[in-house]
Design a protein around this ligand. Structure first.
Ligand code: SF4
Length: 494
């Protein structure tokens, strides 16, 4: 594990005080360029916001075969070392960054760090997965009963064991057969000795894009990581599509039963980087549009619009542009917080949010302030921010939230607290306003959010265009494992 740092608040995660949602993984792969692993390291660095706990890279070289390196911590602290990168030669490489799942925060073993590797009769294959398999417990149980020996606690390892049991004649065939048995959300990058493979689940819940770099190709969770390696964005891998890429080019097919796509709408609000393109739209512009919708839906008289940095910034700019109320950086974020895991002292724990965010007192004093944030999860951070703003002398505090109330957990690859810990699961909007003790609190409506992502008519209630289960409670794929463990789904008629 990396050394502890006394000013590291991420230890708060272990104390159940974390108050943000976390994307659990980012994936990247490159074929057809010299020292492909170097490009993968750069790509993973650009995807670090999708997972900071650990990262891994596998590379293949025709002479040296497969090599891998898996490490805890940031990409920049591990995969910039010449010593490590020299062990990963070859023209084909994939990588993965992860945020630990709720059951294993801070306790992940290195064996849980992807990519996973399997040796098959037709050669080796490595695989990296973003998403969450909702029937993983059942699959794991069945596989163990039939003799599979698991090396990790990760759901994603099921894919390797399913491939091992397949009678398919090639690795892509085996992967296809394995993924047909998997339920839930998956974007996958995988590699054989000669091929880079990309797959997206039939609903296309998590993103995956294709890029061109010189004579080679790249696959990435987001377009921002293509930019960093100088690759040209070609297109998104479509929901339900499998691409098999080698030096001859890209072969595409659709091995799963076609379904209406349900991309994660929260990627637009929060998870993806604002410099990425999703569904042909700039994430930054979508977030600005969310702010404009919020201003139309929930106007309020005030002197300043301030973002809760950094993810609230584009929505706050949109709110300001629409309302005509001046935008100001009323809260400043310390950009140099670490994320290693420690047990903070009582004194540091009490500092809480102040270690990350500080109020710009000179701007705030005597003002009626609109604070724009991306979401309210447990509400603990919102409360502390409100106190800081009032301490700085604000006259009024109005919260405007760029997503609807998060009342349901995500089971598709985003780490959310259990339902009872979500503020919106137990309180109405009015009760939340009272609980946070602010002058007003308004969330964007689900229809408003859909309009902001480009659906002019809003949400289609009979056939929603996106996955929005954490707001609506309508899960596009039944979370079978969780239901087995007692999770109560929303009744269909509610
Ligand atoms: S439940 Fe929410 S966070 Fe999870 S995939 Fe659906 S929209 Fe995204």
């Amino acid at each position: 594990m990396p050394p502890a740092h006394p000013f590291d608040t991420s230890g708060l995660l272990d104390l159940g005080e974390d108050d943000t949602l976390h994307e659990e993984c980012g994936i990247f792969g490159v074929v057809g360029v010299q020292d492909a692993s170097t490009f993968v390291a750069l790509g993973l660095h650009a995807l670090q916001h999708r997972g900071q706990e650990a990262g891994g890279i596998v590379a293949h070289d025709p002479e040296q075969g497969f090599n891998n390196a898996r490490r805890f911590g940031y990409v920049r602290d591990n995969f910039t070392s010449q010593k490590i990168m020299e062990t990963l030669p070859g023209p084909l490489s994939i990588g993965h960054v992860r945020y630990s799942t709720s059951g294993s925060k801070g306790q992940t073993a290195i064996r849980d760090v992807q990519p996973f590797f399997g040796e098959f009769s037709m050669g080796g294959a490595a695989i990296a997965h973003n998403g969450n398999i909702t029937n993983a417990n059942t699959l794991r149980r069945e596989l163990i009963e039939r003799g599979s020996i698991f090396q990790s606690s990760s759901d994603s390892e099921c894919i390797i064991h399913l491939m091992a049991r397949s009678m398919g004649r090639s690795i892509p065939d085996r992967m296809e057969e394995a993924l047909r048995k998997v339920e839930g959300a998956f974007s996958v990058v995988a590699m054989t000795r000669t091929k880079l493979i990309g797959v997206r689940d039939p609903l296309g819940v998590r993103p995956l894009v294709l890029g061109k770099i010189g004579d080679g190709w790249a696959l990435s969770s987001e377009t921002c990581a293509l930019d960093i390696i100088g690759a040209e964005f070609v297109r998104e891998i479509e929901p339900g599509e499998m691409v098999v890429i080698n030096t001859d080019g890209v072969q595409s097919h659709f091995p799963f039963r076609r379904q209406k796509p349900r991309f994660c709408i929260f990627e637009h609000v929060y998870f993806s980087r604002p410099d990425s393109i999703l569904g042909g739209r700039s994430v930054y512009e979508t977030r600005e549009a969310i702010g404009r919708e919020l201003a139309k839906e929930s106007p309020v008289e005030a002197d300043l619009v301030c973002p809760v940095p950094d993810s609230g910034t584009p929505a706050a700019i949109g709110f300001s542009l629409e309302s005509g109320i001046p935008y100001a950086m009323g809260i400043i974020r310390n950009q140099y917080m670490g994320r290693t895991f420690i047990e903070p002292t009582e004194q540091i724990r009490n500092m809480g949010v102040r270690l990350k965010l500080n109020v710009n007192r000179a701007l705030i004093k005597g003002k009626r302030v609109i604070l724009v944030d991306d979401s309210v999860v447990r509400g603990t951070t919102s409360r502390k921010i409100k106190e800081m703003i009032l301490d700085a002398g604000a006259k009024e505090v109005h919260f405007r939230i760029a997503s609807p109330p998060t009342a349901w957990p995500c089971f598709y690859g985003v780490d959310t607290p259990q339902r009872e810990k979500l503020l919106a699961a137990t309180m109405s909007e009015d009760e939340m306003r009272e609980h946070l003790a602010v002058d007003s609190l308004k969330f964007i409506s689900l229809d408003g959010l859909y309009r902001a992502v480009g659906e002019a008519q809003g949400r289609n209630p009979t056939c929603p265009q996106y996955c929005d289960a954490c707001f609506s409670g309508e899960y596009p794929v039944k979370p079978a494992d969780m239901v087995e463990q007692g999770f109560q789904m929303k009744p269909a008629a509610e």
